[in-house]
Design a protein around this ligand. Structure first.
Ligand SMILES: [Zn+2]
Length: 511
C-alpha cells in the first residue's frame, strides 16, 4: 500500500492517517507503572475497602459507611481479565506472570518461555530497554520470585533460583527494590559450605562489579544516588527472603522495635522514581507479592494490610502521574485470585462485622514464631488444653476470648468455636504427626493449626470465608489511568494486558 499511489481522496486521507500513526510513536507514554497484586482479585480489593468502611463506622449499625474506595478503584478505566494457564484453568504466578510480562501463555512454573521451555519470550521490560527507557523491578517478596523474574529471566522452572539470581545480576535492569534473593536455594556444590550471610556477601560483590549501588540498610537506602543502577533490599527479610508482612511491620516499626527502619513498598516505589527518572522515561513493575501469601494462609487482616500497602505504592505513582498526566500510564492488575476469599459467611448470613478484624495485632507467621512458639518453649510438655496464659495471648493478638477474660460478649467464643480451637491447639502443641489426614488438610491446609484456626474464627465473625489454601480461577480486575488508559477497558485474556501495554509503548511483543 505504501508503494502504490492513492487512487482516491479517501485513499490519500487514509495514507495520511497511517503516516500520522507512524509518527505518533513519539507520543507513547514516557512513564509506565505496571502494578501486579499477587493473589489480588475483586475479593481482596473489596474486603480492604469494606474494612476501611467498617473502621469509620461500626458496620453492625445499619446505614454506616460500607466501603471506602482505594486509589486503584478510583482509576477511570476498568477491565477484567481471565487468568488461566496454558495447561491449567487455575494458574500459578509463573504462568500468569509470563502472560502479563510477555503477552503469551505458558505452562505452570515456566518463567518467560514457551510451554516446552525451549523458546524464550521477549518481555515488556526488555522491550522498554531496547527503546532506551530505564527499567525498575520492585517486589515485596524476593526479587527472584516468579512475578519479578518473568520480566528479566527465562527459565524452565521458577525454582531455578540460582540461575534466576545470575540472570538478575546479568540483566540490564536499572533498579531492583524490595525483598532479597533466595540465596538459601542455590544448589551448586561451590556454595554448599557458605552461610546465607556469606552468600549475600557474594551477591553484594557481584552487584558492585556489575555497576550497581547496593543498599540493604535504611541509612544507605536513604542516601542512594539518583541516576545510578541500584539494588535496594529491605533491612528485614522473612524466612523466604520477603519483606515482612505490613501488619507485622505496623506493629514493630518503632525505635527499638523488631522492624525499626523497615522500608515500605511505597518507599521502594518513590525511590524507583528518584533513581530512574531520565529524559527517555522509565518502565516500572511493582509487585504486591504477599497479598497472595496472606490469602494462601487464609489470614484476611494480613491480606488487607498487604493490599493497603500495595495501594499506598499506587498512590505514589498516581501523585507522580498527576504531575505528568499526558506522559504517565498506570496499569494495576492481579495475576490470579488466591484463597477463594469471599465477602459473606454462612454463620453471619447477610451481616458483616469487619471491624472485628482490627482486633488482630500480628499476621499469622509472627504470631506463630514470636508468640505461640515462645509460649510453648517454656514447657517440656505443653499443657493438655489452652491455659489462662495462652487465652491472654489469644485475646491480646486476635481479640477473641474463650475464657471469659473480658466483659464484652462479642469477643467470647461459642462452645462450637471453643471446640474447634481446642482441637487445633492439640494438633499444634502436641506435634501430632497425623496432620496429613484429609480432614486436617481441609481444616488447616498445612499451616499451624492453632493460628490458622484463629484467623478462620476471626474472619468468619467478620463475615469473610475462604474456600481454598490455593489460587482460584475467578477473573481479575484491570484498573488504569493516564495516557493511553482507554486501551484497558473490556473483558479479555491476561495476555492482552501485556499486549495493550506494548501497544501503548509502541513496541512489539513476540507472536
Ligand atoms: Zn501469583
Amino acid at each position: 500500500m505504501i508503494d502504490s499511489k492513492p487512487r482516491t481522496l479517501a485513499g490519500a486521507l487514509l495514507l495520511g492517517l497511517c503516516a500520522l500513526g507512524a509518527t505518533s510513536a513519539s507520543a507513547a507514554p514516557k512513564y509506565i507503572f505496571y502494578f501486579i497484586g499477587d493473589g489480588m482479585a475483586s475479593p481482596q480489593i473489596h474486603a480492604t475497602e469494606a474494612y476501611l468502611g467498617a473502621l469509620q463506622q461500626d458496620d453492625a449499625e445499619p446505614g454506616g459507611t460500607k466501603s471506602v474506595a482505594l486509589h486503584m478503584s478510583q482509576f477511570p478505566v476498568q477491565g477484567m481479565q481471565t487468568s488461566y494457564a496454558n495447561d491449567r484453568l487455575i494458574t500459578g504466578s509463573a504462568a500468569a506472570g509470563t502472560a502479563l510480562a510477555c503477552g503469551l501463555k505458558t505452562n505452570i512454573g515456566v518463567i518467560a518461555m514457551d510451554p516446552s521451555a525451549t523458546r524464550p519470550y521477549t518481555t515488556l521490560a526488555e522491550l522498554a530497554k531496547r527503546k532506551g527507557m530505564k527499567v525498575g523491578i520492585i517486589s515485596s517478596v524476593s526479587l527472584d520470585h516468579a512475578t519479578p523474574a518473568v520480566f528479566y529471566a527465562h527459565e524452565s522452572s521458577r525454582n531455578n533460583y540460582e540461575q534466576i539470581d545470575q540472570a538478575l545480576l546479568a540483566s540490564d535492569v536499572d533498579y531492583f527494590g524490595g525483598g532479597g534473593l533466595r540465596v538459601n536455594k542455590w544448589k551448586s556444590a561451590q556454595y554448599a559450605d557458605l552461610s546465607n550471610a556469606e552468600r549475600y556477601t557474594l551477591v553484594r560483590e557481584w552487584a558492585r562489579a556489575r555497576g550497581f549501588q547496593y543498599a540493604d540498610d535504611r541509612a544507605t537506602f536513604d542516601t542512594l544516588a539518583p541516576g545510578l543502577r541500584t539494588i535496594a533490599i529491605n533491612p528485614y527479610l522473612d524466612g523466604s527472603n520477603a519483606i515482612p508482612y505490613a501488619l507485622n511491620r505496623k506493629a514493630g516499626n518503632y525505635p527499638g522495635g523488631p522492624y525499626e527502619g523497615s522500608i515500605s513498598l511505597a518507599e521502594f516505589t518513590a525511590k524507583g522514581i528518584a533513581v530512574l527518572d531520565n529524559p527517555q522515561g522509565f518502565f516500572m513493575m511493582i509487585e504486591g507479592g504477599k497479598i497472595d501469601w496472606a490469602a494462601h494462609a487464609n489470614d484476611a487482616r494480613a491480606a488487607i494490610e498487604e493490599t493497603l500497602a500495595f495501594d499506598d505504592a499506587i498512590r505514589v505513582a498516581a501523585d507522580f502521574g498527576a504531575r505528568y498526566p499526558d506522559e504517565t500510564l498506570i496499569v494495576v492488575t492481579g495475576d490470579h485470585e488466591c484463597g477463594g476469599m469471599t465477602l459473606g459467611f454462612a454463620g453471619t448470613a447477610y451481616d458483616t462485622y469487619f471491624e472485628v478484624l482490627a482486633g488482630q495485632q500480628l499476621a499469622y507467621d509472627d504470631f506463630d514464631d514470636r508468640v505461640f512458639e515462645a509460649y510453648l518453649a517454656q514447657f517440656d510438655t505443653a499443657p493438655p488444653n489452652i491455659d489462662a496464659t495462652l487465652w491472654e495471648l489469644v485475646s491480646t493478638y486476635f481479640g477473641l476470648d474463650g475464657a471469659k477474660l473480658t466483659e464484652t460478649l462479642d469477643d467470647d467464643l461459642s462452645d462450637y468455636e471453643l471446640g474447634l480451637l481446642e482441637a487445633a491447639y492439640d494438633k499444634a502443641a502436641h506435634n501430632h504427626s497425623d496432620n496429613v489426614a484429609e480432614a486436617d488438610t481441609l481444616l488447616y491446609g498445612g499451616y499451624n493449626p492453632f493460628s490458622v484456626t484463629l484467623t478462620h474464627l476471626l474472619n468468619r465473625r467478620a463475615g469473610i470465608a475462604w474456600t481454598s489454601y490455593s489460587h482460584t480461577a475467578v477473573p481479575v480486575p484491570v484498573l488504569a489511568t493516564g495516557a493511553e488508559a482507554w486501551r484497558f477497558g473490556g473483558y479479555y485474556d491476561n495476555t492482552e494486558v501485556a499486549r495493550r501495554i506494548a501497544a501503548a509503548m509502541r513496541v512489539e511483543l513476540d507472536q
